[in-house]
Design a protein around this ligand. Sequence first.
Ligand SMILES: *Cc1c(COP(=O)(O)O)cnc(C)c1O
Length: 230
Amino acid sequence: MLQDNLQEIEKRVQAACDRAGRSRDEVTLIAVSKTKPITDLTEIYNAGVRDFGENKVQELTDKIEKMPKDIKWHMIGHLQRNKVKYIVDKVELIHSVDSFRLAEEINIQAKKKGIVVPILVEVNIAEEESKFGVSKEDAMELVKQIATLDGLTVKGLMSIAPYVVDSEENRPYFHKIKDLSVDISNENIDNVSMDILSMGMSGDFEVAIEEGATMVRVGTGIFGERNYNK
Ligand SMILES: *Cc1c(COP(=O)(O)O)cnc(C)c1O
């Protein structure tokens, strides 16, 4: 059953790529498996998905232990500094870096392990009180600061758009993120590339792809509604 959901999402990703004149392989579909049991992840893994997203450190490390080793894990949730050490060498990409202090901690832990950690800077594009992320105005400065740390490398931007009924309402936000990434890219900052734009979720990933997303994070659309009471 989950495989049917996945097929449907995959079709829509492909259609959005077609509309935008983009190649399907420019867009990575991340299956956001938070709150979901290993059996569900396994079903999606068996259907060929290798990129999974989680938002909590404990759940992420549990699932890393239980799932096959060729999975690329994406940390997409707010990250506390005291938990960086548990995941820094286990994830493909940290999407949610929104302060220099957090970046410094990632840098320290990366150096201890002798690695360079790829990260995205999270931008709160609609300036919602309830969301993490740096403002669009502060993003450039934060990227420049983080770029001075050699234990991590800035690969792009991440954003969570507002919850809306009509995904078209988020198009201007996705467009702004793309514009911002071009502005940052044009600065040619050492240790910074803007190859990745992580934006778009179940409700709005098609619009995000049309506006330039290179990673979409789809949870509900693949795994169904989350039940936080269990
Ligand atoms: C939960 C979550 C998603 C997936 O949301 P859906 O609407 O279920 O697709 C994407 N990104 C982040 C950061 C999330 O926390």
